[in-house]
Design a protein around this ligand. Structure first.
Ligand SMILES: Nc1nc2c(c(=O)[nH]1)N[C@@H](CNc1ccc(C(=O)N[C@@H](CCC(=O)N[C@@H](CCC(=O)N[C@@H](CCC(=O)O)C(=O)O)C(=O)O)C(=O)O)cc1)CN2
Ligand SMILES: [Zn+2]
Length: 777
């Protein structure tokens, strides 16, 4: 029986859909096939066939779950922005030259992967974070003379594939405005050129694509324009209007829906609402919740379709179905057709909570991974059409689970709460200023000028991963595993002594991941076995879940650090992941402010810092690579975020003695927005990504008056290329020109993804370069 909601009847049609779905398959088939292809264990036909099977099974799954409309072209072999560059023919000359003949499917794959990963002769495209997520996209490189040339094969093939199997999908394409705003000028582009200047050149290609998709049978096309949630100048909003009015004028085209996500549209919303396109997909969760009121204030989207992004695609918490239904009821009257959807692609969450075999039944109903979110979407659609009675069972189950979660003893641990409440400002301040700490540390550490060091990890060899897998399967004992790790640490220490590095590391062999490793040892965090989320290309992470109050039952790193220190007279750096990064790369609880969660994590880490110090570790690094990435997208939210983020870092580190040297590390460029925060963090030494931007950050820091020491990365570890000694010397000369003797010599980031031969050679060059520049300081 269908019961219509009498209070707020939906005025039109109501459907359900999703903005995008995880690509990798339940067993990471995509990763295995792609890496198999790279290693020549699989041919092109095999890889392409695996991809086709994955796509077909995704659609089958989504259709079986009851979605009314399925997306296509949300699948990618590597990255959807790279796919868009390919679509538009924006392929740099060096990658064309690296793979000149693309007459076969295999050679087309090779050119595509050349762009993603580089070749011996051609650097890859730069990789950078996709908005404030932990997903990386490949940055398009554009110049005024870039020649675009449409290759619609991928979206057309995928559309046809699905249609043949019985599904008329909605192709999802990165929109023209966001594509250009996400791009960067080529190295030799003239000063002042901006990729967005090329808008008029690419719009005809998008227009042609619309025609082709219509001919193929597409009813709807989705253009993703997430860049419109950033603070955009009026000029860009005008370009949005021009671009989409042109596309809307294409004859015999599919209907267009423009999607945005991750934050509120603000001033872009009325612009989009006024366009002659047929629909908008709008995120109404998290920081984008304000879009709800904005839509109401605007008077809705009369005559249009609205995909209401009510199911959060960024987090793994089972939603509050009742509250979400109320939101949908409020939105239902605002457009001609209101569909229930996800806030963004489900790419950012793991596939299926049911794959977690060891999950404690106490967590039943707490989580929704991608598959469970699809069920939320279809349930909510039934609720919207049929009213609450139509989903009464689901509503009551959901409410019971939420009550159980709120009452769980792990979400409120009195000792943790009391300790957070007792934090005072002095806990977040070193006892002396840097000018007093510096001589105390120099006296203790007796390092040469321009000391050399690395960022922490050494190559994660397959032997290390195999040992961990064997331990998990209980094929080896904990003692055997620990022994394997100790022998790796001994090798890594010996290697660094041979190379002549000054401050050593233990190499992090025992860590499956720099966040998951700590999460597994901290109470309040839950780790997953199968919760893989794509980070870039074939690399995945398993973000832990912060389920409750966080505390540290026992020291986490002290044993490994002191073992490494026992092997050498040189200082060994203790190595921790900082509180902001622990949050950024986890799924964070949604029932208290992030600042409270950060303080709990910081206190746990503060104890670890104290234990390392007490064990004689004189240098302690607290990594915060994600500090920049989780900066709110809109400027209005930034001050508050930076305030708690810096405070959490200080709470972690500020308890140490003057003679203990605190390092931090950040590896994603664009530090411009966080310079003041970096200064406020007051680490004795900060190592940063700098090689790709040719040390520009060092001058920026000097201009900002950064008073402490800096280790600008002189070797870009994202590529297998060995940096020549001369090049490192040039980098160091540039750095010392603005920072004198307060420079450290180190790579850009950890070496875990690199191989030993290139690591040895590169570090030897790095040490040689430091020696050379020391003599002329
Ligand atoms: N959380 C997080 N986010 C981050 C970074 C980061 O380091 N951590 N760095 C940046 C992104 N960089 C990244 C760099 C490398 C990998 C990466 O190498 N991921 C590995 C998995 C790492 C891992 O969890 N390893 C585990 C499990 C490995 C595994 O797959 N084991 C096999 C068996 C192992 C074998 O036989 O080889 C299995 O379970 O089936 C371990 O070492 O124990 C992969 O995709 O392959 C990910 C992100 C930004 N975001
Ligand atoms: Zn790093």
């Amino acid at each position: 029986m269908t019961v219509l909601n009498a209070a707020r009847p939906s005025t039109g049609r109501t459907g359900s859909t999703v903005a995008g779905y995880p690509r990798q398959g339940a067993n990471r088939e995509l990763k295995k096939a792609t890496e198999g292809y790279w290693a020549c264990r699989m041919g092109a036909a095999g890889l392409l066939d695996t991809c086709r099977q994955l796509r077909l099974s995704r659609w089958a799954e989504l259709a079986a779950a009851g979605l009314d409309e399925l997306p296509s072209n949300d699948f990618s072999l590597y990255d959807h922005v790279l796919d868009t560059s390919w679509l538009l023919g924006a392929i740099p000359e060096r990658h064309r030259a690296a793979v000149p003949d693309v007459s076969t499917a295999g050679s087309r794959l090779d050119r595509y992967f050349a762009m993603a990963r580089g070749t011996a002769s051609a650097e890859p495209l730069e990789m950078t974070k996709w908005f404030d997520t932990n997903y990386h996209y490949l940055v398009p490189e554009l110049a005024p003379d870039t020649v675009f040339d449409l290759d619609p094969t991928k979206p057309l093939t995928e559309f046809a594939e699905a249609l043949a199997a019985g599904w008329r999908t909605r192709p999802v394409i990165v929109g023209p405005i966001s594509y250009l705003l996400l791009a960067k000028p080529t190295a030799d582009a003239p000063e002042g050129f901006r990729p967005i200047d090329l808008l008029d050149k690419i719009i005809p290609l998008y227009g042609r694509l619309l025609t082709l998709l219509a001919e193929a049978g597409a009813d709807w096309v989705q253009f993703d324009e997430p860049s419109l949630v950033l603070d955009q100048p009026q000029k860009i909003l005008e370009l949005v209007g021009n671009a989409y009015r042109t596309l809307a004028a294409v004859e015999d085209r599919p209907k267009i829906i423009i999607a945005s996500y991750f934050d509120r549209l603000g001033e872009a919303l009325p612009v989009l609402a006024g366009l002659p396109v047929e629909g908008l997909a709008v995120d109404v969760t998290g920081p984008a919740a304000a879009n709800r009121d904005d839509l109401v204030r605007l008077g809705g989207l009369p005559g249009k379709r609205l995909i209401a992004g009510v199911v959060d695609g960024r987090n793994i918490w089972a939603g509050d179905l009742d509250a979400t239904l109320s939101i949908l009821e409020e939105l239902a009257g605002l457009a001609d057709q209101v569909d229930v959807g996800t806030s963004c692609s489900l790419l950012h969450v793991p596939l299926d909570v049911a794959l977690e075999r060891d999950l404690d039944p106490a967590f039943d109903g707490w989580f929704a991974f991608a598959r469970q979110k699809i069920t939320e979407v279809t349930t909510l659609r039934r609720g919207l059409v049929g009213g609450r009675p139509a989903i009464a069972a689901e509503l009551s189950r959901n409410a019971a689970h939420r009550t159980a979660r709120a009452a769980s003893p792990i979400v409120g641990v009195p000792a943790v709460r009391n300790r957070v409440a007792a934090i005072v400002d002095d806990d977040c301040r070193r006892s002396s200023g840097y000018s007093q700490r510096r001589p105390a540390q120099r006296e203790r550490l007796r390092l040469p000028e321009l000391p050399t060091t690395t960022i922490g990890s050494f190559p994660q060899t397959s032997a290390l991963r195999r040992a961990r897998a064997a331990l998990r399967r209980r094929e080896i004992s904990t003692e055997q595993y620990d022994e394997a790790m100790r022998s790796e640490i001994a090798e890594v220490v010996a290697e660094q002594e041979r190379l002549g590095l000054d401050v050593l590391v233990h190499g992090e062999p025992e860590r499956n991941d720099m966040v998951q490793y700590f999460a597994e040892q901290l109470d309040g965090f839950l780790s997953t076995q199968q919760g893989w989320v794509q980070s870039y290309g074939t690399r995945y992470v398993r973000p832990p879940i912060i389920v409750g109050d966080v505390w540290r039952p026992a020291p986490m790193t002290v044993g490994w650090a002191t073992y490494a220190q026992s092997l050498t007279d040189r200082p060994v750096k203790g190595m921790l992941t900082g509180p902001v990064t622990m949050l950024a790369w986890s799924f964070v609880r949604d029932d208290q402010p992030q600042s409270d969660t950060a303080a709990q994590v910081a206190l746990a880490l503060r104890d670890e810092v104290a234990d390392l110090e007490a064990a004689g570790i004189a240098v302690i690094q607290v990594d915060e690579p994600a500090l920049r990435e989780t900066l709110p997208l809109r400027r209005s939210g930034r001050a508050e975020y930076l305030d708690w983020a810096v405070r959490a870092f200080l709470l972690t580190t500020a308890g140490v003695d003057d003679r203990t040297q605190v390092h931090t590390h950040m590896c994603y460029a664009e530090f411009g927005d966080v310079l003041d925060a970096i200064i406020a963090m007051d680490a004795d030494v900060i190592s940063l990504e700098a090689a790709r931007s040719k040390m520009a950050i060092v001058a920026d820091l000097a201009r900002a008056g950064y008073p402490n020491e800096v280790g600008p990365g002189v070797w870009d570890i994202h590529s297998p290329r060995v940096p020549p000694t001369e090049e490192i010397i040039d980098h160091l000369r540039a750095a010392t020109a603005s920072f004198g003797g307060r420079i450290w010599v180190n790579p850009d980031c950890g070496l875990k993804t690199r191989d030993y031969p290139e690591v040895r050679e590169s570090l030897a060059n790095l040490v040689a370069a430091a020696h050379e520049v020391r003599t002329t300081l």
